[in-house]
Ligand binder design. Sequence first.
Ligand code: NAD
Length: 268
Amino acid sequence: MNVALITGGASGIGRAIATALVLRGDTVTVADLDKRGADEVAGRLSGHGTAEAAELDVTDPDAVSALYRDVRERHGRLDLVFNNAGIAVGGRTDELTLDHWNRTLDVNLRGVIHGVHAAYPIMVAQGHGHILNTASLAGLVPAPMMLPYTTTKHAVVGLSLGLRAEAAAAGVRVSAICPGFVDTPLLDNANPDLPPTEAATNAREAALRIQRRLYTAEALARDVLRGIDKNQALIVAPASARAAWRGVRLSPEGAVRVARRGLSRLRP
Ligand code: NAD
């Protein structure tokens, strides 16, 4: 039985992972900006195991540190940390404002950095633990029309792989989760509190043109639990995402050509 904490746990991928963890007997803190959503998820899961809700804005480093320390103190250890909260931001690069860039960096990259900064010393001190940072397939392949997003996700992959090498000697594991498109509310809420763009407004439609069938958060959660058991550096799913990733490794220029062809499919 593990003590786990997941950010962005009120919805989508975070909620599915929290559910899978509780059902296998873990104790889970569901942390989210959306306190009501976190309460709802933790309340529903409490019938099946141990789950608690916490309000958390991952852009606030002190709040992240305080919550991670609090979970460690109350439960005696912190085995699994999922730095998962994120937002989708997209649009043509020439129409994006610096607010689009900065907000994405704040949530998707600094949010993960805050989580690592809070969790890693705890795990080093206890001599074990596993940090899982949610990146994206967009962190591995060329992803036009969502440059703030793909920039942060590439950074999360780099952070995770580098830390994985450094952390191994301390007994701490680090992985990045890199899903293709997953059927979650994220696809209907791109550019939250930011100027709308055509690409963001049609994100779900665009996702369906690129990846004919959206993956489910529940199937991804199963992949994630398997990835934890196998201690995979990168958990890439579904199979179509692994194929796209293989394409980049074989020929980066070829992958850019594929992305350019994909762009023409995005035009209605
Ligand atoms: P979602 O919108 O369903 O859930 C994201 C959750 O994060 C929400 O509950 C939201 O309230 C929370 N959140 C947002 N900003 C926050 C903040 N500042 N502090 C704390 N919580 C905050 O989206 P999802 O699809 O479940 O996304 C989860 C992660 O998976 C994200 O990092 C996303 O980039 C990544 N991802 C999603 C997809 C996809 O297609 N859905 C694909 C690849 C990667």
